[in-house]
Design a protein around this ligand. Structure first.
Ligand code: FCB
Length: 475
């Protein structure tokens, strides 16, 4: 058995600690559709998706999985799947159409009913407050480049807490602030489509400040649920042994990992190597008071893991994990492929062992300041047909998930490389094939196949696999 093939269901079931949460994750903009109904306001992603060429397959998010009208069917699928928890996001502009001011009760009602239906199905709700769909009115005023957005986010969180706070088991403030700052404001491949490079760093600081204000709002409302954040972590290695590759790899590690986790978990931004320090000046001048707000006690730390990154010095290449960016070529480093790994449909390396080493790195860096960890996203896209008449035999996805969950469990078991990390759960990205941001419908990550013409849902082999794991554990 190779690592990529992954352990069997029985082996995994034996590794699962008592109380370990198995879940699935989604995001509002990727599944809901119904963008213009029941008082929802537009988001940064509505506008971005309309720009010619922004979505690689030219598709529209207008319907997506039509989950807004089919949440009952989707909850029934999750019930059949046997997951303990469902991580989903709230669309801020559905709840507050302008991102500030009046609340759209119909939007809140939708999530209120969703939470009740989940609880009735025995599925514990994990709510992400922000998964990238910034209200467009706020985006027009600077979006996350503006400090005001952080303040509005705190206010919106208070509105949500007042309505849903009694029933939500776990809260995730932000999903992957790195993706919004880097891909959205820095490289222009995601909404809002700015190519500001290091001038995008205020979007890092203001998202983190928004996180702090949101945690304060949840605590002020006295919510009983656990509170955390979901950061993407990409382990970074240098392509070569030379000084320049090493310096650029360390810089990239700061950019994708440490400028988020350090302030969240320790209350200060990392000090960059001297040669690159000027690039980070917009962060290193942040007021101490903001850092105190950002550094809130957390009940869990969410990690989204997809791939490791290998970095070499030298510019000129446009490729990023989320698509081609003109401004990427201006940066003095580039991503180098891993020839030793198979790749997913997105071209991302399949490297489960890096998940264990990443957990080790987190513990080494943060020690007792690292809260219990949840893997809040893990999954892969593979080429699959748009229409199916039978179960998709997605054995590669089964292997991927088994290997990644196996790594996470093995690493955090006694004798594992990260045995001192308390791992509490694992959420598969994702339940349904959906609107994969700038890749449109071209990257299928679901346990359930979706025919976007008919909205027919067809569970894949990976769905049956995850269900058998959930059952084996309970047996
Ligand atoms: C993550 C995002 C999620 C999805 C997966 C494939 O970075 O959080 O919405 O796009 O990647």
């Amino acid at each position: 058995m190779t690592v990529q093939d992954g352990p069997s269901v029985e082996q995994l079931a034996r590794l699962l600690p008592a109380g370990f949460v198995l879940g699935v994750a989604t995001a509002a903009f990727q599944i809901e559709g119904s963008l213009d109904v029941d008082g929802r306001g537009p988001s940064s992603w509505d506008a971005f998706a309309e720009k010619p060429g922004a979505i690689s397959d030219g598709s529209s998010p207008a319907v997506a999985c039509d989950h807004y009208n089919r949440s009952g069917e989707d909850i029934a699928l999750m019930r059949e799947l046997g997951v303990d928890s469902y991580r989903f996001s709230l669309s801020w502009p559905r709840i507050q159409p302008d991102g500030k001011g009046p609340v759209n009760e119909q939007g809140l009602d939708f999530y209120d009913r969703l939470v009740d239906k989940l609880l009735a199905a025995g599925i514990s709700p994990m709510v992400t407050l922000f998964h990238w769909d910034t209200p467009l009115a706020l985006e027009h005023d600077g979006g996350w480049l503006s400090r005001a957005t952080a303040e509005r986010f705190g206010e919106y969180t208070a509105v949500v807490a007042a309505r849903l706070g009694d029933r939500v088991a776990q809260w995730v403030t932000l999903n992957e602030p790195v993706s919004v700052a880097l891909q959205g404001y820095g490289l222009g491949v995601h909404a809002p489509g700015h190519g500001l490079l290091f001038d995008a760093l205020p979007a890092v600081h203001h998202q983190l400040l928004g996180h702090g204000l949101a945690v304060q709002a949840l605590r002020a409302a006295g919510v009983p649920g656990g509170i955390g954040v979901a950061n993407m972590h990409a382990p970074v290695t240098a392509a070569g042994g030379g000084y320049r590759d090493k310096l650029m790899a360390d810089t990239f590690d700061l950019l994708v990992n440490r400028i988020y986790s350090d302030p969240l978990l320790t209350g200060s931004y990392p000090v960059p190597p001297l040669l690159v320090r000027p690039w980070f000046r917009l962060l290193n001048s942040a007021p101490d008071e903001d850092l105190r707000t950002i550094h809130q006690p957390l009940d869990f730390y969410g990690v989204n893991y997809y791939y490791p990154v290998r970095i070499a010095a030298g510019g000129g290449t446009r490729n990023t994990p989320a698509g081609e960016s003109d401004v990427m070529a201006k940066l003095p480093f580039h991503l180098v492929p891993f020839p030793e790994y198979k790749v997913t449909g997105f071209g991302w390396p399949v490297a489960p062992e890096h998940l264990g080493t990443m957990l080790r790195t987190l513990k080494d860096r943060y020690g007792a300041s690292l809260p219990p960890v949840m893997i809040t996203e893990s999954g892969a896209s593979f080429p699959e047909p748009a229409r199916v008449t039978e179960t998709v035999r997605d054995t590669e996805r089964v292997g991927y998930l088994a290997a990644h969950l196996g790594q996470a469990l093995g690493a955090t078991s006694p004798g594992g490389v990260a045995e001192d990390v308390e791992l509490r759960g694992y959420y598969v990205w994702t339940l349904l094939d959906n609107f994969e941001w700038a890749a449109g419908y071209s990257q299928r990550f679901g346990l359930v196949h979706v025919d976007f013409e008919t909205q027919q849902r067809t569970p894949k082999e990976s769905f049956h696999w995850y269900r058998s794991l959930s059952r084996a554990r309970r047996a």
